[in-house]
Ligand binder design. Sequence first.
Ligand SMILES: Cc1cc2nc3c(=O)[nH]c(=O)nc-3n(C[C@H](O)[C@H](O)[C@H](O)COP(=O)(O)OP(=O)(O)OC[C@H]3O[C@@H](n4cnc5c(N)ncnc54)[C@H](O)[C@@H]3O)c2cc1C
Length: 246
Amino acid sequence: MYDVIIVGASVTGCRTAELICRKGYKVLVLEEHREVGKPKKCAGLVSWRLLNLLPKLPKEIIINKVNRAKFFSPSGKFFELRSKKSVYVIDRVKLDKYLAKKAMESGAKIKTSTRFENFKHIDEMIEVKTNKGEFKTKLLIGADGVNSKVAKQANIVQPNNLLMGIQATVNANFDPDSVELWFSSIAPEFFSWVIPENENKARVGLATKTNCEYYFEKFLKKKNRKNQKTKCWWANKIWFNEKYGF
Ligand SMILES: Cc1cc2nc3c(=O)[nH]c(=O)nc-3n(C[C@H](O)[C@H](O)[C@H](O)COP(=O)(O)OP(=O)(O)OC[C@H]3O[C@@H](n4cnc5c(N)ncnc54)[C@H](O)[C@@H]3O)c2cc1C
């Protein structure tokens, strides 16, 4: 019997597990994927406040520091803002793994390849059903992301303004100190981004309500100048596509 079961071993789940364990409670974290952090699910641009929260963050998790942002209209006109403090381009997979390690060091148990299916109340406890059997707990926390099954089953109202995201890693020439944000018809309802990892590589993506692949191809074509090999990822797929490149 656990004090707390947390569904989802990503940033929310692992950090919550660590904090609860530090108070002396017995915590189990359930993760449906085989490996914490994968598939990658984030563009990885975060505030300088990350280091306030995690002062001992290993240096290799921060891939780049950016001080400027350019805000573009579809015509290519832009204005630029400078930040007094750098924002960080991080390796999100490594951040998830780091937080999982800290949770385990605090005493949390993390079970991967274990998918939450449902829960039911039995007297004063909760029985959690997974593809790997049942577990008992006093408290259940859903840290299972935007499509939270825990929230659905607990009848917690789901947001109705969800967007779809798509992103590629593009090899070309970039300003390593500046992110680009493209608005309006480039990505209706949201924006497109270019986040440099260094001067030769950037994360290029966008989010929209529908047809995000269509807008993404259009955005890449708009910026396409020469043909270079590009590694792409979208949701949990990875593919190589020769035709993308700036
Ligand atoms: C395209 C895109 C770009 C983004 N870019 C940024 C950015 O630049 N900066 C930023 O700060 N944020 C960004 N975000 C947002 C960021 O990714 C999320 O805010 C963050 O990942 C939320 O973390 P979480 O731990 O709450 O949930 P998630 O990271 O979604 O993790 C949920 C975890 O629960 C697991 N899980 C789900 N269902 C089950 C189940 N039934 N059983 C067991 N495990 C389950 C999943 O496998 C996953 O590990 C981006 C998001 C997207 C989609």
